[in-house]
Design a protein around this ligand. Structure first.
Ligand code: ATP
Ligand code: LTN
Length: 333
C-alpha cells in the first residue's frame, strides 16, 4: 500500500529487443492496473548487467524500453516509469536483503541454473543474487501485486519468503506481494522449439517475434512456426507448437480456446498460422507507430526518466529509511 492505494510493480531488462513474450506476459498487462493501483514500472538496467552487455547497446535499449512502456499505453501521469539505476535505494536495500537470504535458497533458482549453463564463462555473484535485487525492487514500494510471466513466479516467491522472514524479526516492515500471471500469455514459447520459452536473447531470430517486427516479417515467422503433422486446430497435450499459437491468438483477441477451435474448424494449420500472424501484426501496429514517435524525441524521454526517478525516489527513500531504522542503523539526518 502507498497512501492507501494498492501498489503494482514490475520491471523489464533492457537486455535485448522486446518480444511478444515480454508483451503478452508482462507489458500489455501493466496498463490494466493504472486506474486502481499506484503503479511503478522500472527498466531494470542493473539486472541486465548480470550478463555481459555492450555499453552502447545497453544505453540505447534503456531508452527503447522506456519508449515501449509509453507506447504500450502507460500514461506517465498515472504511472511512475523510471530506470532502476537512477534510484540508488534499489542497490542499497538489496545489500541489506542479501544478509537475510540464504545461499541454499538462491541455489535452487531455476533461472540461475539456466543462465549459469548458458554463460558458463561468467557465473558472477550478481547472477546468483539477482533475485535479491528483484526483491529489493518490489519491497521498496510496499508492493501488493507483481504482473509477470510464469518464469518469474519463483522469484516473486523468494521475495515473499524474504519479506516474511524480515517481518517476523521486525514486525510490519514490508507488504508481502502476490505475483499476477496472465492465463494465456504466461509463457509464450519459441516458434522454432515450442518446448522452450520465447526469449529476447535467443540467437535464432526466426524463433522470436519482436514487438517491432514489421507485418511481413511477423506473418512470415508465424508461417514457418514449427507444428506437428496433424491438421486440425485443437488444443491438446503434446501439441506444443499449435498450443502455443492458440495461446498467442487467444491473448491478442481475447477469444477462448473453444471459440478458436470453432473458428478454425475445417481449416488447416496454414490458414491458422496466417491468422495468428495477422492479429499479432494488427495489435502491434499502433504500439509501433507510437514507439517511433516517442523515440524520436530523446530530450522528452530524458525528462520522463527524470520525473519518474524523482517520484520513485520519494517512496523508495521512505521505505529504506524505515528499514535502516528498524535494523539499528544510526540516522543523523
Ligand atoms: P532474457 O532473454 O534476457 O532473459 P526475457 O526475454 O526472459 O529476457 P525479461 O526482461 O527477463 O525477458 O522479462 C520481462 C518480463 O517478460 C517478465 O515478467 C517475464 O516473465 C516476461 N516474459 C519474458 N519472456 C516471456 C515469455 N516467453 N512468455 C511470457 N512472459 C515472458
Ligand atoms: N527478473 C525479471 C525482471 C525484474 C522484475 C523486477 C520483474 C527485475 N525486477 C521486479 C518484476 C518485479 C525478469 O527477469 N524478467
Amino acid at each position: 500500500m502507498f497512501n492507501n492505494q494498492l501498489v503494482s510493480f514490475s520491471g523489464i531488462q533492457p537486455s535485448g529487443n522486446l518480444t511478444i513474450g515480454n508483451y503478452l506476459g508482462a507489458l500489455k498487462n501493466f496498463a490494466s492496473y493504472s486506474e486502481k493501483y499506484k503503479c511503478f514500472y522500472c527498466v531494470v538496467d542493473e539486472h541486465a548487467i548480470t550478463v555481459r552487455q555492450n555499453p552502447a547497446d545497453l544505453r540505447r535499449r534503456t531508452y527503447e524500453t522506456l519508449a515501449l512502456y509509453l507506447a504500450a499505453g502507460l500514461d506517465p501521469e498515472k504511472n511512475t516509469l523510471y530506470v532502476q539505476s537512477h534510484v540508488h535505494e534499489h542497490a542499497e536495500l538489496a545489500w541489506i536483503l542479501n544478509c537475510f537470504t540464504m545461499f541454499g535458497e538462491l541455489s535452487r533458482m531455476t533461472q540461475f541454473k539456466d543462465k549459469s549453463a548458458k554463460h558458463a564463462d561468467n557465473i558472477n555473484a550478481g547472477l546468483f543474487t539477482y533475485p535479491v535485487l528483484m526483491a529489493a525492487d518490489i519491497l521498496l514500494y510496499q508492493t501488493d501485486v507483481v504482473p509477470v510471466g510464469i518464469d518469474q513466479k519463483q522469484h516473486v516467491e523468494i521475495c515473499r519468503d524474504i519479506a516474511q522472514r524480515l517481518n517476523q524479526i521486525y514486525p510490519d516492515l514490508f507488504t508481502v506481494p502476490e505475483p499476477v500471471i496472465p492465463v494465456h500469455g504466461q509463457k509464450i514459447m519459441s516458434l522454432a522449439e515450442p518446448t522452450k520459452k520465447m526469449s529476447k536473447s535467443d540467437e535464432n531470430v526466426n524463433a522470436v517475434v519482436y514487438i517491432l517486427d514489421d507485418r511481413d516479417t511477423i506473418v512470415r515467422k508465424f508461417r514457418r512456426a514449427v507444428t506437428d503433422s496433424d491438421t486440425v486446430v485443437r488444443y491438446a497435450e503434446g501439441k506444443d507448437g499449435i498450443n502455443n499459437l492458440i495461446n498467442i491468438y487467444s491473448s491478442f483477441t481475447g477469444k477462448n480456446t473453444e471459440e478458436i477451435e470453432r473458428e478454425f474448424d475445417g481449416k488447416g494449420y496454414g490458414d491458422f498460422k496466417v491468422a495468428v500472424g495477422e492479429v499479432c501484426a494488427d495489435a502491434l501496429k499502433p504500439v509501433q507507430d507510437k514507439y517511433y514517435e516517442i523515440l524520436s524525441d530523446k530530450p522528452a524521454l530524458e525528462a520522463q526518466m527524470k520525473k519518474g526517478a524523482e517520484e520513485a525516489s520519494y517512496v523508495a527513500r521512505r521505505t529504506l529509511s524505515k528499514v535502516q531504522k528498524k535494523l539499528g542503523f544510526v540516522q543523523v539526518r
